[in-house]
Ligand binder design. Structure first.
Ligand code: NDP
Ligand code: 8X3
Length: 249
């Protein structure tokens, strides 16, 4: 039986990924801050299948403690899915809140590299795999993307560089770059504005959590000689909108 650690397993992509792997016989270490959401996952699949770790990923001491306290059966990780992350704010850089910028960097970048670094020795030992959830915003800039896009560009480039350093170890690294997906993402980004979230996704047939869960599942189950290094996934309804030009009055 194989074991996966999924961050951000309380909602959206992460909850769907955790359920996908648990339903197909993997052991799942499910991490997020909201304990009650993780408890629902454990309730659904049982404690032998899902181990819940409720803590803030930005808290390095809590992260180390959670890893050290993994029970037998959940300690030997074959796959790390770095999924937890968030965007905060939709305004221009010059109007943005510095605290929100720092929270995005702390979560999307600092926590992701910390967890990855801590797990690398055992992933190498087990010839495991890493799937990082980046975003199209790491390659396609848009107004209001600013630091969020910057953090995802980091994730994409970190994934590529990890592959260089892990060369010859057998460890696979994949970077998934989703476009518009209907999860709690926009609710979080807008500070809980359900109407704004509904408006963004209305009529767009966005990506679902299950779409990304199946993409991760596909990658994880490929033969060991194959590495899907990066995959960009967009809804059919989404495409780049081009460059803008500011003209003299
Ligand atoms: P959701 O808001 O639905 O889920 C985000 C998850 O991240 C939650 O489980 C949340 O758990 C967890 N999380 C956030 N901050 C922390 C923290 N400090 N410590 C622990 N867990 C944390 O969004 P998505 O499912 O859409 O997002 C998942 C990933 O996908 C993110 O990295 C996002 O950037 C990326 N993405 C999303 C896209 C979209 O359009 N939805 C498109 C492209 C990429 P909790 O709040 O319980 O801690
Ligand atoms: C989320 C996709 O385009 O809303 O990463 O930034 S986008």
């Amino acid at each position: 039986m194989q074991t996966v650690l999924v961050t951000g397993a309380s909602a959206g992509f992460g909850a769907a990924i955790a359920a996908q792997f648990a339903a197909h016989g993997w052991r799942v270490v499910a991490c997020a801050r909201r304990a009650e959401r993780l408890a629902a996952l454990t309730g659904r699949f049982g404690q032998q299948r899902v181990h819940a770790c409720a803590f803030d990923l930005r808290d390095e001491a809590a992260l180390r403690a959670a890893l050290a306290a993994l029970p037998d059966g959940f300690r030997d990780l074959d796959l790390l899915v770095n999924n937890a992350g968030l965007a905060l704010g939709t305004g221009k850089a010059q109007a943005s809140d510095l605290a929100q910028w720092r929270q995005m960097i702390d979560t999307n970048v600092t926590a992701l590299v910390t967890l990855t670094r801590l797990l690398l020795p055992q992933l190498i030992e087990r010839r495991g795999a890493i799937v990082n959830i980046s975003s199209i915003s790491g390659t396609h800039p848009y107004p209001g993307g600013n630091v969020y896009g910057g953090t995802k560009a980091f994730v994409t480039q970190f994934s590529a560089n990890l592959r260089c350093d892990l060369h010859g170890t057998g460890v696979r690294v994949s970077n998934i770059e989703p476009g518009m997906a209907e999860t709690e993402f926009t609710l979080v980004r807008t500070g809980g504005d359900q109407a704004a979230s509904d408006k963004l996704y209305a009529g767009a047939h966005p990506i679902t959590g299950q779409d990304i869960a199946e993409t991760v599942w596909w990658i994880a189950n490929l033969p060991p000689h194959l590495d899907v290094t990066r995959v960009e996934v967009m809804p059919v309804s989404q495409s780049p909108a081009g460059l803008q030009v500011a003209r003299d009055p």
